[in-house]
Ligand binder design. Structure first.
Ligand code: PEP
Ligand code: MG
Length: 536
């Protein structure tokens, strides 16, 4: 048995086999073909193996998840039968004298680009299939193992995971995340909380662990490889205790978030995806306090269309059936990079071209999203929230744009709802002028993750700084208090949607400050309700 120590990002115990995650987009270094004929043979062989794999996956999927889901593997096989695809690769080997793996990656990029530029949504989506199937052939050529989307549930061990890699994973197949890099405050960490999956960062990982049984203790941060029977037995019991604890929390469903002396607060959920709605309902949230809409844009080959976004927001509005749903507009940049935005590399991305700054420059992208949110507003209690605000001028510009979009919808006779507009207070600038900003908007929500990063000048992505990232710092607490007071003076509600909202040691402080709403990952709702109900 080996024991390693990491930093816990999300609690819980996981027991299962390790699946070592190898990035699909493994950088293929351009190399000359020493022997072109050999490279062509290698490609043909890899293609044959890929087809065999796809055949097996098809049979497995057919028996386990039905025809509709199995069809994708047939489609992938068809790509490998395509003459144009074949010719492109063989020509690249012959004419550009590159090795087979690089030629396949070129073909993947080339055909994916053609498909993603097509108008038709069906063809656009084929771009992902071309990349996927090319990735399979590349993996075979490079002798890399597949991180199968259809394998058994496993503990995912990786050097690092980006938010887009994490969001694309099938939650039902992930028992835990264990990474070497990544910080406790990164979006990948936040995603693991939203997905309710135990996670550790800062673990010295080894490739040879792949396939071995392991235990993740998300409370202490311990990671056991090939545990002995006593350790296994201990953690099996711990897991059972956890389940019992959850059952006790379940008794709090339907109860009010009220202290013994009658003080109330709203408890809402943070989500990144329509799939998270199930957990929102399951944990009896009072609404959605933060829908991180950028996750609809991540892990895709192209911008989500207005219809796609509308369907997602409408689903959230309908599921919440009249309870508030706050949709935050696109907050990309920093660690949330999207290939098709083709953003230039920045030395300081956290303080760079991101979030509302992009939206106010790329107005077409922003307007598409505003249309989708406004339209979803006709189906429930929807609000819009803008991230990374630093001035009232930005708000004025946004509000004008919203009026223009409403005018266009009216003209087109497309129904839309009466949607409130709020901002995130996540820059020190916004907190300091919150008295001015409060006059411009309908509500505030404090983003303590970025507010801490910018106030303390600590990069939230840098795991070496995790011990300095002190969200309890007096400056943060004073800023929160100031924002609450300024918001209330202007008669608007103030919530907190950063990770600090889930910090049980601060629940009483937030209540005393008069915070109106806490928005947290769904799994934290009932534990916070328990704490609130025990406060005098
Ligand atoms: C925050 O900054 O606190 C926040 C909620 O937004 P995000 O974590 O997505 O940056
Ligand atoms: Mg933020």
């Amino acid at each position: 048995m080996e024991k390693h120590q990491g930093k816990s990002v999300f609690a819980g115990v996981a027991i299962g086999k390790i699946s070592f995650y190898i990035k699909d987009k493994a950088e293929v270094v351009k190399r000359e073909a020493d022997d072109q004929q050999l490279e062509i043979e290698l490609f043909k062989n890899a293609k044959k193996q890929a087809k065999e794999q796809l055949g097996q996956l098809y049979e497995k999927a057919l028996s386990e998840v039905g025809m509709d889901n199995a069809r994708i593997f047939q489609a992938h096989s068809m790509i490998l039968n395509d003459e144009e695809y074949d010719t492109f690769i063989i020509d690249a080997i012959k004419e550009q004298n590159v090795h087979a793996e690089f030629a396949v990656s070129m073909a993947g990029e080339h055909f994916a680009k053609i498909f993603s530029s097509m108008e038709d949504d069906y063809f656009k989506e084929r771009a992902a299939d071309i990349k996927d199937v090319s990735g399979r052939v590349q993996r075979i050529l490079g002798g890399r193992k597949e991180t199968s989307k259809t394998s058994e549930p496993a503990i995912i061990v990786a050097e690092d995971l980006t938010p887009s890699e994490t969001i694309q994973m099938d939650k039902s197949k992930v028992l835990a995340f264990v990474t070497m890099l990544g910080s406790a405050n990164s979006h990948t960490a936040i995603l693991s909380k939203t997905m309710n999956i135990p996670a550790l960062v800062g673990v010295e990982i080894k490739k040879e662990w792949d396939g071995k049984v392991a235990i993740v203790d998300g409370i202490t941060g311990d990671f056991y490889i090939e545990p002995d029977e006593n350790t296994l037995e201990y953690f099996r019991r711990k897991k059972q205790e956890e389940t019992k604890k959850r059952e006790l929390y379940n008794e709090l469903k339907g109860k009010e978030n009220i202290t013994l002396s009658g003080k109330q607060i709203e408890l809402c959920a943070n989500i990144g995806n329509v799939a998270d709605l199930e957990a929102v309902v399951e944990n009896d949230a009072g609404g959605i306090g933060l829908f991180r809409s950028e996750f609809l844009y991540l892990g895709k080959n192209d911008y989500p269309t207005e219809e796609e976004q509308f369907e997602a927001y409408k689903k959230a509005a309908e599921t919440m059936a009249g309870k508030p749903v706050i949709i935050r507009t696109l907050d990309i940049g920093a660690d949330k990079q999207i290939d098709y935005f083709q953003m230039e590399k920045e030395d300081n991305p956290a303080m760079g071209y991101r979030a509302i700054r992009i939206c106010l420059k790329e107005k077409d992208i922003f307007k598409t999203q505003l249309r989708a949110i406004l339209r979803a507003g006709a189906y429930g209690n929807v609000s819009i929230m803008y991230p990374m605000i630093i001035s009232d001028l930005e708000i004025k510009e946004i509000k004008e744009l919203v009026e223009t979009v409403k005018g266009e919808l009216l003209k087109e006779k497309i129904p839309f709802g009466n949607v409130a507009q709020g901002i995130m207070i996540e820059t020190p600038a916004a907190a300091i002028i919150s008295d001015l900003l409060a006059k411009e908007v309908d509500f505030f929500s404090i983003g303590t993750n970025d507010l801490t990063q910018y106030t303390l000048a600590i990069d939230r992505q840098n795991n070496k700084l995790d011990s300095f990232y002190d969200a309890h710092h007096e400056s943060i607490l004073r800023l929160i208090k100031m924002v609450v007071n300024n918001g209330h003076k202007a008669g608007i509600k103030v919530g907190i949607c950063g990770e600090l909202a889930a910090d049980l040691s601060l629940t009483e402080t937030f209540l005393k400050m008069g915070v109106d709403e806490l928005s947290v990952s769904p799994a934290f709702i009932l534990p916070i309700r328990k704490v609130i109900r025990e406060i005098l």
